[in-house]
Every structure is written in structure tokens, then in C-alpha cells.
Design a protein. Sequence first.
Lengths: 694, 189
Amino acid sequence: MKLHYNICPRNCYDTCSIVSTTRNGVLISVEGNPLHEYTSGKLCPKALDDVKKVYSPQRIRYPMRQRGRYSGFWERISWDDALDQIAKKILGLKEQYGTSLPLALNKYSGNFGILHNAMEGLLTGIGATTRAVGSPCWSAGVDAQTLDFGSFFCSDPLDMAKAKLIWLWGVNPAWTAVHQMPIIFDAIDHGARVVCFDTHFSATAARAHQYIQVHPGTDGLLALGFAKVLLKESLIDPNLQSYTLGHKEFIHYLETEISLERCSEVTGVPITTIRELAVEYGQTHPACIWAGFGLQRYTNGGQTLRAIDALGALAGHLGEQGGGVQYAQFETWRFSGAIQNPSHPINSSSKANQTSINSLTLNPQKTDRCLNINQFSEEALVCTDPPVKMLWISGRNPLSQDGNLQQWKKLINQLDLVVVNDLFHTKSSEAADLFLPVTTHYEHWDLNAGYWHYWVGVNEPAILPVGEARSDLQIAWDVSSRLNTLAPGSCTFPTSGNEKETLLRELSPKMLELLGLEKPEDILKGPIRAKFPRTSWKNRTFATPSGRYEFFSTQAANAHLAPLPIFVPPLAPSTNTPLRLLTPHHYSTINSQVYTLDTNKTQYVLHLSPELAQRYCLVSGDRAQIWNELGVLNVIIEPEFGFSTDVVVIFQEQFDANSPLNCLLGTPSTDMGHLFLGARGFALNETFVNLKKL
Amino acid sequence: MAKQLGFVLDANCCLGCGACVKACQNHHQLAPSVSWRQIRKVEKLSNNHVQKFYLSTACNHCGNPECLRVCPSGAYAKRRDGIVLHRSEKCTGCKSCVASCPFGAPQFDPTNKASKCQLCYDRLDLGMPPVCVQACLTGALVLKELDNISENQLLRLTAPRPSLRLTRPSVFYKLPRATKLSNPNQIMD
């Protein structure tokens, strides 16, 4: 029996440290690492199924070619054959168009390991290419917090245990960040009160002292309403003058533009509750707000986060131990980016001080053609000089997750070659020509950082690759090798290498300093926590241009955004589509990632309030249909306590259904995301549908 | 010395996440149709409050086990630490226990025999906790020697029919506090 250290590479708050056990080269069990203070020896139910997932009979073990897209007629081919087809297509396109721009990459967080950025590196090595930029997840909030604080940072999640009041705002850790729950319970045991704000009564709300139901997309106004009460009750921090910018302008805005009556009417929260909660928030120190990602998936998402930040600042909770406004962070992602920049080998002396958060934001080269990841198909279709002709999908499943499926289908039709790297067949591979089987994190080296906690660590392989699976890095080396064999000098990405050495090169001097390590090899001993103090912005020196917390942001004004956090209403339903559809994460999965292989659910479950169900003459178990101008979806009705009458909810569970959930999604954009992440975010929660009984 | 081991669940901390269920299924390599541990959702609404919680339950290792009483082939035994053992080598698959357990603990396996939670006695004998307890992320589920716990604020889980309280299930739970609703009209509608 052997033990190995792995890191769960999913796009999840927890980024767990895993101890895996092998016997005779076979993975037999996985457990949480007890030496990792956040994982604390425990794993979520998703990761507990990893052994089954690694050896799943449904996993694709060999390169495959599909004879006719969507035909499902896949045949096994050799890696040689697959690499040949890919390399020849790339070289052919380059010759035909005189540029490699017809080659497009659509990659995101299927595996957040740093070595997976080899895909970007490969394309950079080929030349200028077309890239998906931005993030489908958190963009508006990242921009908002960066405008306010100057950089994207949060406290160590263990700091929350010190809070006396915790507001869980639009976040459902009982399902999506389970390791935070013991920390919250610890705070409760020490006398903290927990209030949960959400659009529906979540599993987290059920564990809170109080639940506040907020009309979707109006959280920003609620924050401004609270701020107004703080002002009236003289509960604002008397020291604002010394560390913030523009608090007078903000107060003027509150005085002239915000009325509690309207706030209550729009948000659905009674005035008395707004007053009570605001006073408690103003009087309790430390008080922590955890703002979730769902909050900002609206057309006003950035403003919502800015308003919540401003509320925290006004009450003097920023920099307070156990307080603050927590969202997520980039600061532990300062890797060298060597893997993405093959033509510019890392020069440690010149890049040492450069803030390279490339590894997370995936900033492409200047010459690349950048398309918003959330409007990829639309933007790719209007590219004509040259058109997009080859698409490589890696760590993503856009045909199951992106909006505007019609445009996606149209884009697929114009492509000469679609390549998918994945573990299992997906909605996206249905449209692919080639399927390249990749390794799981138990089969390759990698380097991972959390975006919530401060831990960074190495993922070591526990077993040999299953079947003929190869890591993304190996695939990138192999493609580069084939390109250079067919046309010497056609790709500057390395043609071979060592995974372990490649990951060590990602530990820039800056990163070593953050981790308190002398040399890169030291990280091989086990995961390590970056040496930041537990409380973010503790000395109240901010990274903004003014060095202060910015209620008033000139950077925002320069980007044609309101300089102050303001309330902009979310989109409103129309008479044809009167119900807002929310599609939050389920505890059993993250987006379309495969966890439960033995799912027998074939129909989406539509959760709604009993009153709304009654209005449509529906009872539990009824078959119904939701639709809008983009698509139609059959659902099973489940009336449930805790939903308001203007929303219907489908949790993203794994369904073996023919029609994908995203057939109802358009591509509405958030107000921010383009300032620091390169593209606006996905205002996913601005989706409206109609409902009828079948 | 005879004692009685049993599960104690703090419903304030149970997230209903199912890590205990998965850990049990994986460790014991149960068939997909079998689950020795289950999560039940309980929801109670009152004026301005809602009490919504989860009960993670398995075999209750009763003080007076009905399964043991009805089994015609003597497949059940009670250990001195209180664990109710099912010995599959003696099981004939007659389903008497499946039908008689008031908590539905024994399940009929694809192997045509009954099976149920054995409280990971092999692990306990090595000084390790049951896998469900080990997996619980919040420490909501623990194993205790029931004779030694103070029953203050703890409720005994009872079967729906009063007559079946006679089995004396060895399980306790701590009732969760309720969540206050601030806009109940809107939510309760």
C-alpha cells in the first residue's frame, strides 16, 4: 500500500488536499488530508466517488474519431493518427490563411491545475490564435472588488470563526463549500449569529438563525438600504476620512437617491427587518459578509458587489479580524506563467515582480484574437478575416453550459475540425470530430492553488494513466512535436519534457516568497499555506490608485461606469416569459462535471412555490414544460416551501435528458468583468421562461 | 462488561450532504441499489419560523432488536458492545427482518440476502471510527457509548408505531434550532 498527495482540481471554493491510497498500482481509496487545515481530513461527497470515476466503464480510454458529428458513431484511433490529423489541419489552415488565427481554443476550469495551461502555451507556440477570454463564473464581482480594494483578495476563511455576526449573502456553502460550514458552526458555538440572504430557502439557510428572502437581482439595493439606516442611526465608522475615498459623495447618494420604502418594495424585505438587521450589523464587531457568486450573475452584478463592499466599509468592518466583505482571491495564484509563454522563456529576474495572475485570468498574447468566453459562438461567427475553422475544447463543455445554443450549432457547422479533450463524452463531444482522452488528477503531476483559502500544493500521480489517457501537458508536447516534425520551427512550445520539472518552473521567486520557501523543490513536501496574515486589508492600506478604499472610483468613471456604487434594476420579466429561471449548483455536481455515473434521473426537476404551482394548476410530480424564445424544456414539478412566486429553480444535477438545460439561455452580460478579466461575465440569472402543464 | 454503542446526531450541524452515505457505500462496496445509511429531510413550519433539518440514519443497533427476534435462521447476533450483527453466511434471504424492522434498516441485496449497517465493527476493533463518522464534515454524526452520555437535550429516535418503541433503538439526536423568517408572508405563500 502506498500513500500519495493529490489536490482536487475542481472549480470549487475548497480545493481540497487529498491523500490517496494505492495497492499494486491500483487506486483503492481517497481521503481528506488531516494535515491541511482547511480540508481537515474530510472530503465532500463528490470527491468521495473519485475512485469510481477514475475506473468508470464510461470513461474514454483511447483517442476516438466520430464518423459524422452528432452521429455517436465513434471509432478508436491511435494517438499517432489523432496527432497527425490535428497537426496537419493546423498547418493546412496556416498555409491557407497565412495566419494561425483560424485555430480557436475554448478552455476554462474543468481542471484548474496550472499545468493544464499547457493548452494556452501550445497555441501561443503556434502563433496568434483565437481565444476565449474572461470567465463564465465570477467576473463582475472580481472587477467590483478590484475597483474598491485595488486587488482581488479575501481573508483566510478560518478568520470567519472569529465573527460575531455572519451574513451569508447569495452563497450556499452547505452545498458548494462544505468545509466552510464547520468554521461557521465554530463561530456559532462562540456566540455568533448567522443570517442567510438568498432567493430561496437553501440548505445553508436551514442552518442559519435567520433567513431573508431577497427578490433576485435586488441585493445591491438592499445593501444600499442597510447603508442608509447606518447613516440615520449614526452607525458609520468615524474614521472613514483616514482610509477611504469619496465617502461624502456616497453618503450624499444615499441621502438623495435611496428611500427605505422603495428599497423594501423592490427587495421584498420588510422595512422593520431592514432597520433591525442594519443596526445589528452596525453595532456588532466583528461582522463578516460572505458574498456569493450567484449574486453577481445579473446585468447589475458588479454594482451589487460594489454596494455590498460599500456597506462593509461604511460600518467599519473592513480590515477587522473576523469581519470584512469576503468574495474570493487571486493572490495565491502568482505563478510564473512559464508554461503559457513558451516563446518567452521565463526570465526570473525581469518577471520576478510582475503581477502574474495569468495562470488564473489566462491573459492571452497581444496578437491573439480574444472572444468573450460567454459569447464565444456569436463572436466567433462574425470573425471573417480569417474565419474560425478549427476549435479545440479543453476543460469545458460549452454545449451544455453556454447560452445561445443555436449560434453554437451554426459555428460548429462552419468548422473543419473540432477537438475535445475530456474524461467522458459530453454534450460538446457530441459535436466533435476527435476525442482525446485525458488523465485525472490521480494520473499526472500538477500544481494547484485555492481561490478561497490560501493553500498551494503539488498534485502527484498516484497511478499510471488509465488506458491511453494523456495529460493536457503531454498532449501539448505531442502536438508540438508532430508540428515540428511536419514543419520544423512551426511551434515553439516544447516537444517533450518532464511534468514535475515543468511545475517547479511555475514557482516564481514571488511565489516562493509568498509561500516562505527557499527553493521550488520544497513544495514537494506537501501543501503549504501562503504567508499572508489571516485578515485581509488589516492595516487598511488598499491597493487602489489612491491607496484608500474607494467609494468613489475614478477607474470606474474612466471605464464609463458610475464612479459610486449605485442601484441599477435587473432585467424584468416580460408578459410572454413571466418567470425568472435560476439554475444554481446542486450538491452532487459542479456544472456538467461527471460525478454520479449511475444517475437514473431523466427529467429536470422544477422547484417552485406551492402557490405558483397552484396558479398553473400543477401538483407535485406533474409533467410540465418551460419555454422561452430560445428553447423548450420538459420538467417534473416539485412544489416546495421557500421559493417566491416570481422564480422557478432547476438545480444543476446530472440528468440523462435529451434536451440540455442551457437551451433556454441567452447570453446577457454583466455590467463588469471587462476591466480586469478581459470580458464581461455571464448574467445567467437573467433568464426568463413561461410554464405550462403537459 | 456489556455496553451499548450508538449513533448520536446533532441535527444543528447535519448538512444532509450525504458524505456519510457515500463513504459507507464505497467502503463496503455496496451494490448501487443498496444503501445502509439514508438521509431523511424533515421540515416543520410554524408562524415565523421554519425547522428544516436532515436525519442521517442507519441501523439503530436496538437494545431489543426485532430482526434478531424474528430471524428463523439465527443470522443475527448482538455483541457485548451492543452492535447488532448480521451474518450473511447464515442468512437464507427469507426477508423476515426486512419486513419486521420498524426502521427499514435491513435491505434486500442483489445477492438474495439481507444486509445492513454492521457499525464497521472491524474498524472499531482496530480502534478506528466507523467510516460514516470519519466522513462527516461537520462532526454532526458521532458514535458514543450510550450508557455514559447525558441525555440532556437529546431525543431518542422512535419508530412511528408506539408498540415498536419496545425495540429500544440505540440512537439519539439533538433537535436543531429553528430559522427565523423575516418575510414569512412572501415565503409561506
